[in-house]
Design a protein around this ligand. Structure first.
Ligand SMILES: [Zn+2]
Ligand SMILES: [Zn+2]
Length: 200
């Protein structure tokens, strides 16, 4: 799936997939919130993903223009080509500073997307079944606890020198959860009517 992606040589990360960010994300200072609006990726159908993101101001201008990029918008965005690791770092930074100013697409590390969704659905179906007898908030809390329990098992199994790297390991999992949650929450907010009707 990733065969046809264009490659870039990054000074910091070496050979990597090409990604694109607006100049405002690119030049934001360490603690500067500019937002992170990633273009939608259809994981099941897009053969080659394009990693594109722009800031809140660029996103507002884009919505005002009817969500169509034009020459002026492109000039204002002044898109920079970066490597995928740099792209992830920009995203992590903005997600940590202010996740409410971010719209991201979670892309799993394992590229077998069908299996990824099948596993997730199996867990979601189990949780959904329980809503017949128990409160969503109680189910969700147990679900979250179970996810953290399994993640702790997996981290202990795979992380190098877990005692020494404990802080990094915690940050890594917390950030991934944040990314998944922001992705799903944005989706729910946008499709609230349809999704909540289905669940009744
Ligand atoms: Zn921008
Ligand atoms: Zn890089």
């Amino acid at each position: 799936m990733s065969k046809d992606k264009e490659e870039i040589i990054c000074e910091e990360h070496g050979e990597s997939t090409m990604a694109y960010v607006c100049t405002h994300i690119y030049s934001a200072k360490d603690d500067e919130v500019v937002g992170f609006y990633q273009s939608y990726i259809d994981l099941l159908n897009d053969e080659v993903y394009e990693y594109n993101a722009w800031c809140k101001d660029c996103d507002e201008r884009l919505s005002q223009a009817g969500n169509e990029w034009n020459d002026l918008l492109e000039k204002q965005a002044d898109i920079k080509t970066v490597c995928l690791s740099c792209f992830e770092n920009f995203k992590d930074k903005q997600l940590s500073l202010n996740p409410a100013e971010a719209e991201v697409c979670f892309v799993p590390e394992n590229k077998d997307i069908t299996k990824f969704y099948d596993r997730a659905d199996a867990h979601i179906n189990l949780a959904n079944k329980k809503t017949k007898k128990e409160k969503p908030e109680d189910i969700s809390e147990s679900f979250l606890f179970a996810a953290s329990r399994f993640a702790a098992f997996e981290a202990t199994l795979t992380a190098k020198d877990i005692e020494k790297n404990k802080t990094d390991v915690i940050d890594y999992y917390a950030l991934r959860f944040r990314e998944m949650f922001v992705d799903n929450l944005t989706d729910y907010i946008e499709n609230k009517k349809e999704y909540l009707k289905e669940s009744k």
